[in-house]
Every structure is written in C-alpha cells, then in structure tokens.
Design a binder for this molecule. Structure first.
Ligand code: RFL
Ligand code: PHB
Length: 394
C-alpha cells in the first residue's frame, strides 16, 4: 500500500511550493494533480509577486530564472477622470514588486520537484479523503483508470477553490461575498503600452493594463458576471480598452494578436478554521480574494511557508504548537488582504446600477489617495505586501 508523510492535493503554486519546502526539511510527500502537465504549465493567471514571496523563493533556491526574466516595478498608475496619477510604491512603502507569470513560476516549481525524484502525479485527481478522524488518513486518487489508496500522516489541501479537500473537512464556517461583475482577461503578443500597471476607474467600468514581459501585455476589462467570451471579439476588446484607458493628454494603446481570452469571476471567500484534524487547507482551497489587489498567489505562498515550518517542527520532535496556530496565523493575514482587495475592488469598479452617489464617493476616495501622503502610504504598504513573518523562512 502506498504511504507518505504528507499527501499534497494540487500542483498549483501552493502544492508545489509546499512539496519543495518539505523536501528541504527531509519530509516525504506525494503531489497529486487532476490536470495534465501541459495544461497546468500553460494556465494564465497571476502576474504580480510581492517582495516577500520573491525573497522566500530566492532563499529556497527556486528563483534563478525568475531573477533573470522578471520585471521589477516600483510604482503603479491610478487613472480616473481622464488623468493618470503615479503612486511611487517603493518610495512610500520600501518594497518592490515583481512581474512574473504564475505559469512561469509553476514551470520552475514543476522542474524543481522532478529534480528531487519525489512523486508528482499529473492527470491524477484525488477523489476523496477517508480516516480524517484517525492518525492515518487515506487519500483516494485515480491514476491510469485505477483507484489507489494513499496512506499518510497529514493531508495538505492545496487543490484550489473547486478541489476535493475542503468538502472532506467538517465544521468549517464559510464567509463569502460575490461581486456583481467579472473580469475579461486577455494576453496579447505586443509590447506594453506603458511601463507601469494602470488601474483605471472609468464611467464605463474598470480596466487594467498589466504585462508579463517586454513583448507580452496582459489586459483586463470589467464585464458582467455572466458575460460570454464570444461576446468579445478582438476588435471590441481593443476598442473598449482604448476608451477606458484613454486620458486627456492622449494615450496610444498598442494592439497586437490576442493569444488568450477568458472571463473570471470576482469573489471573496474564506473558511475558518483552515484545518480539520489532519487536513490543512492552503491557498485558494481556503480563501479567494478578488484579483484587484493582486494578492491570491502571494497569500498561497505565505500559507505554505507557515505550514511547512509547522510540519517541520511536528515531524522533527512532535511539537504540535505550529500546527495548532497554523489557521489563526494565516487567517490574520488573509483578512487584512481580504479587506484591502474588497476596498480596492469597490473603489475602482462601476456599480451595476451606476448610482451617481456611489460614483462620487469613489472619485472622492481616488482623489484623496492621490493627493494625501498618508492615504497613499497606507495603500502602498498593503499593495506591496505587509512583511512576511520571520519564522515563515525557518
Ligand atoms: P490553484 O492555482 O488553483 O491550484 C490548485 C491545483 O489543484 C488542482 N486540483 C486537483 N488536483 C488533484 N485532485 C483534485 N481533486 C483537484 N482539484 C483541483 C488544480 O488543477 C490546480 O492545479 O491554487 P493555489 O495553488 O492555491 O494558487 C492560488 C493562485 O492560483 C491564485 O490565488 C492566483 O492565481 C490569484 N490571482 C492573482 N494572485 C496574485 O497574487 N497576483 C496576481 O496578479 C493575481 N492575478 C489571479 C490573478 C487569479 C486570476 N484568476 C484567473 C482567478 C488574475 C486572475 C485573472
Ligand atoms: C496581472 O498581471 O495578471 C494582474 C495584475 C494586477 C492585478 C491582477 C492581475 O491586480
């Protein structure tokens, strides 16, 4: 019967990074991933990494290519009323931002895992978890058409929002907020039209200009939650982006071939606690933040750093203190980030009923943010990411 110390569900950033952090501590794990390797390595998602995430990846030897290929940003632009306002984030909050595609990071993490020789099984969905009330849980998974039982000491649920681990936990409380809009995201093979990220609050709705490299631009448009991608042919995407990103001094949005297009819902979601007995939830399996604050991937990194440190102490000398405080430690950061992401989302998106009172409140907030050093510093401190706890590196 296969057996491991930690069964890790999901080969996203959370599961793969946890596997590496455990490997460095000499802890054995098996990573199970529902999708194929090409699918996981091509899935376009996040792009902004906090300095804390980069520092951690660097310290554990996972950031060589990242340092060669990343873009470093020290500020961003807020655009409203046709005027762009530069926010010097590093000057205000002392930390820089890294632009590096999540799927590039996933490729680096997959390569590092394969190098260790420890198991990483693609195309292998976990279908259930049994024995969580015992000291030896069992994860059932399907591999090459066969159902296999994997015995373990601990299960790490890193299988995202739609995974199999959270439903196996009992007694969790769910906190949720669904927003009345979604994002249409496109990736275009064209040089970015600006050096910085542009967050635009326009009467027609929110738009975001981001990037992945000097030749790849990432752009987003606020759309209705039930919007179909088919309603957005490329010409319509470019024309709407040009309108929402326009400014009185003129702005030339460079168009290029669109190579990826998808609609993603905005959601706030948290479960408490992030643990049920020997099952620990991490990353999107435990919490979702709206993408406006660029925080989801960064939260996943902190969760697994805390979990790896706690598991290290527990496997080494049976000390359960880290595991007992795991959920509270992570949730304190999760709720700060949840508030920031909700606040940024509310400030920048057009309410569906386009209530003029709400719009004036939004514009007032944006003017305050771009004219008060205190308000800008508070924004910057949250956007670049609050410091990681020291012990998350141990
Ligand atoms: P993931 O990445 O969803 O990985 C979970 C993995 O589990 C697999 N899985 C299973 N495997 C085995 N058995 C099962 N039963 C399974 N069920 C699922 C899945 O196939 C998948 O491979 O979760 P993880 O690792 O927690 O990572 C979280 C991040 O992916 C997510 O928070 C970010 O992408 C959010 N996000 C952003 N975060 C940032 O920090 N900065 C950003 O700039 C940023 N931009 C974004 C984003 C998310 C977006 N979308 C698409 C939701 C922009 C967008 C548009
Ligand atoms: C991205 O580049 O994908 C991105 C940037 C900033 C966000 C969300 C997504 O807030």
């Amino acid at each position: 019967m296969p057996r491991t110390q930690v069964a890790i569900l999901g080969a996203g950033p959370a599961g793969l990074l946890l596997a590496h952090l455990l490997h460095l501590r000499g802890i054995d794990s098996v990573v199970l991933e529902r999708h194929t390797r090409p699918y996981v390595e091509a899935r376009i998602r996040a792009g902004v990494l906090e300095q804390g995430s980069v520092d951690l990846l660097t310290k554990v030897g996972l950031a060589d290519r990242l340092h060669r290929e990343r873009l470093v940003h020290h500020g961003l632009e807020l655009l409203f009323d046709g005027v762009g306002h530069h926010l010097p984030l590093t000057e205000l909050a002392g930390r820089e931002l890294t632009i590096y595609g999540q799927h590039e990071l996933v490729k680096d993490l997959v390569a590092a895992r394969l190098e260790t020789g420890r198991p990483l099984l693609f195309d292998t969905p976990a279908v259930g978890i049994d024995g969580l009330d015992t000291d030896s849980p069992v994860v059932r998974y399907v591999h090459n058409g066969q159902t296999v039982e994997l015995h373990c000491d601990v299960v790490a649920g890193c299988d995202g929002f739609h995974g199999a681990s959270r439903p196996a936990a009992r007694g969790l409380t769910t906190y949720e907020h669904v927003y009345p809009y979604a994002w249409l995201g496109v990736l275009a093979e064209v040089a970015p039209s600006s050096e910085e990220l542009i967050y635009a609050s326009h009467d027609r709705g929110f738009a975001l200009h981001s990037m992945r490299s000097p030749t790849l631009t990432r752009l987003y448009l606020q759309v209705a939650p039930d919007e179909q991608v088919s309603a957005w042919p490329d010409e319509r995407v470019w024309s709407e982006l040009a309108t929402r990103l326009d400014r009185t001094t003129g702005f030339a949005l460079t168009e290029g071939p669109i190579v990826d297009k998808a609609v993603a819902a905005l959601r706030s979601f948290v479960v408490e606690p992030m643990r049920y007995r020997r099952l620990f939830l991490a990353g999107d399996a435990a919490h979702i933040v709206p993408a406006t604050g660029a925080k989801g991937l960064n939260l996943a990194v902190v969760d697994v750093a805390v979990l790896a440190s706690a598991l290290g102490r527990w496997f080494a000398d049976g000390d359960p203190a880290g595991l007992e405080s795991y959920s509270d430690t992570c949730l304190s950061r999760v709720w700060r980030v949840q508030h920031f992401s909700w606040w940024m989302t509310s400030m920048l998106h057009r309410a569906p009923d386009a209530d003029p009172f709400t719009r004036r409140l939004q514009l007032s907030q944006l003017r305050y943010l771009t004219s008060s050093a205190a308000a800008a510093t508070s924004f910057a401190e949250n956007y670049v990411g609050l410091p990681f706890p020291d012990w998350s590196f141990q």
